[in-house]
Design a protein around this ligand. Structure first.
Ligand code: HEM
Length: 198
């Protein structure tokens, strides 16, 4: 009897832990311990551009279609939370996930990742996190660059994650850089977009 109860208890605990991690709320954000979004929002001002007092921002190299971030957290735990967030999101995109599917900018980024139009690498050394994103075409570069502006200005700068970047995405979609991919991206958006929850 006691043994059965222990097995039942252990199984329930494991189920709760797994289901509780990374479920999507009605805003299309992944909640739970694996995404670390609540932590990052709360501790956004604890991250600085490495070697300065400035809000983190990437170095942009448009000619080589790449972005490089070097971010210093105020603790090793903070650096781990950030690196784990990025790994989690990269893996979500790679496996067909569409976080924030009401926001066309995030949908366009998911499209680019699924089509292998850019790569992401993340490395952590103590309190320092180095992220590089390299695009294979200018349309993908414009998308990852616009996403990085949101991460730098709103996410790190103010801890604000409820803005909708769809109009920025539409400008990119209508640019000459994206003309050859436009109809394919539009199909992706219309089959994945969800309306925004509360
Ligand atoms: C609304 C909540 C959030 C969502 C849905 C989200 C989603 C994502 C996604 C999809 C990526 C791209 C992964 C890749 O391209 O491989 C990413 C990267 C990143 N996120 Fe978040 N994130 C959120 C909040 C935050 C917050 C609050 C911070 C920091 C305060 C943050 C910092 C970063 C950084 C530094 C990167 C890597 C750089 C980049 O992609 O340009 N994120 N996130």
């Amino acid at each position: 009897m006691l043994k059965n109860f222990k097995i039942f208890f252990a199984t329930s605990l494991i189920t709760v832990l797994f289901i509780g991690c990374g479920t999507m709320n009605n805003r299309g954000e992944y909640e739970g311990s694996l995404s670390n979004i609540p932590y990052l929002k709360q501790n956004h001002s604890q991250y600085l551009q490495y070697g300065s007092n400035m809000t983190p921002a990437p170095t942009k190299d448009e000619n080589n279609l790449r972005l490089d971030w070097t971010i210093e957290a105020s603790s090793e735990e903070g650096a781990k939370k950030l690196a784990d967030h990025i790994d989690f999101m990269t893996n979500k995109l790679k496996s067909g996930g569409t976080p924030r599917a009401w926001d066309k900018l995030f949908l366009m980024e998911a499209y680019m990742k699924q089509h292998h139009y850019y790569t992401t690498s993340v490395e952590r050394n103590g309190k320092v996190v180095v992220v590089s994103k390299v695009a294979k075409n200018k349309c993908a570069y414009d998308v990852i660059s616009a996403h990085s502006n949101a991460v730098s200005g709103d996410f790190f700068g103010r801890g604000v994650t409820n803005k909708d970047y769809s109009s920025i995405a539409e400008n990119i979609l209508n640019s000459s850089e994206c003309s050859s991919l436009k109809s394919s991206i539009e199909n992706f958006i219309s089959s994945h977009q969800i309306s925004r929850g509360m």
